[in-house]
Ligand binder design. Structure first.
Ligand code: KG4
Ligand code: ZN
Length: 331
């Protein structure tokens, strides 16, 4: 079965064609990130206007890339939320119209579930259940138990800032560019000493729940930067912050993995591109003999392929009048 997946929850317009939930036939991503850089974050109105411009050409490019036309497409998967309402509307209304015109079933997809399914794309080994998913993006930080397809149980999440948001805000305080995650990672790689000069907090690392809180960690960096008389070493601060946040994410994930006796850990979301997080989680996973999987870096960012894969494994078409943008959708 060939599904065309459409993703427009934030500043990316992702369109892909995926066969049987796994094989990527084409994957087109158009981003408006350059237009947001001078504002230090995504401007919703600008993002949606760009998406209106690029979505039809992106769909055509995805069909051409897969060497297919509409006759060969079996269904359309579309992100309905969570995300920015204007952006989501572009994707959902386009999917509904195309579904109506070409008489294709349309499957609504939760963006967060989509990040989990990035792990199913071009996968060499089978995903084993029960799995534990750590979803870390610009807007979310969630630990979710996955007993099987369509069987998700939310265990906990952030009470304030999302992990990616914390990366972005710390980067801004350090005078680095947007998006902040890759910038922090790049600067942290330049820190060559074993021990940092700064001690940053690891909020909620020992609590018995599976919740997170990153605003205190962010504030600690803000205070550090504003109270210091002489210029700080950016690589040192970036490395200490990255160490602190990955310590918390990994410790809590491992604790949940042990409690629920899971078979695999699946990482997803933009922050899953972070190499320090990937290697720390893999190392700790080895210690408890649980395999840790993460998508290729290019599939960690928002894309249409993960939406098409989710639609395949959770094949529940909805009639067009029922498909709506749901900015606040959750598990
Ligand atoms: O999943 P995503 O593309 O969009 C949302 O659904 O939010 O995630 C974007 C977030 C941004 O906050 C960005 O700074 C972060 O992912 N990010 C990273 C890295 N690459 C992207 N954070 C840490 N390290 C990275 N290498
Ligand atoms: Zn995302």
């Amino acid at each position: 079965m060939k599904i065309l997946g459409i993703e427009t929850s934030c500043d990316e317009t992702g369109v892909a064609v995926v066969k049987d939930g796994q094989k990527i036939l084409s994957n087109v991503i158009s981003t408006s990130v350059e237009l947001h850089k001078k504002y230090g974050g995504v401007v919703p109105e600008i993002a949606a206007r760009e998406q209106v411009k690029v979505i039809i050409p992106a769909i055509q490019e995805a069909l051409n890339g897969a060497n297919l036309n509409w006759e060969n497409i079996d269904a359309i998967g579309v992100t309905i939320g969570p995300g920015l309402v204007g952006s989501l509307l572009v994707g959902t209304e386009t999917a509904k119209s195309l579904g109506f015109v070409y008489k294709k079933p349309v499957i609504p997809v939760n963006h967060l579930v989509g990040h989990v399914y990035s792990n199913f794309l071009d996968a060499k080994e089978k995903i084993q259940f029960p799995a534990l998913c750590l979803i870390v993006s610009g807007g979310h930080t969630d630990l979710v138990l996955m007993a099987g397809h369509e069987k998700f149980k939310w265990l906990g999440g952030t009470r304030d800032d999302a992990a990616g948001e914390a990366f972005d805000k710390v980067a801004r305080v350090l005078g680095l560019g947007y998006p902040g995650g890759p910038e922090i990672e790049r600067h942290a790689q330049n820190f060559k000493l074993k021990i940092s000069n700064f001690k940053l907090p690891r909020p909620m690392i020992d609590t018995n729940d599976f919740d997170f809180s990153f605003s205190g960690l962010k504030t600690a960096v803000v205070n550090l930067v504003s109270n210091e008389k002489k210029p700080l070493s950016v690589p040192d601060v970036a490395a200490s912050f990255q160490q602190a946040i990955t310590d918390v994410l990994v410790t809590k994930t491992i604790k949940a993995a042990q409690k629920y006796k899971i078979k695999q850990i699946l990482l997803g979301g933009g922050v899953a591109a972070n190499l320090a997080l990937r290697s720390k989680l893999s190392d700790y996973g080895k210690k408890i003999r649980v395999a840790v999987r993460f998508p290729p870096i290019e599939l960690c960012i928002d894309n249409g392929a993960m939406v098409a894969s989710t639609a395949f494994y959770n094949f529940k078409p909805e009639s067009p009048e029922k498909i709506q943008a749901e900015p606040g959708l959750y598990f």
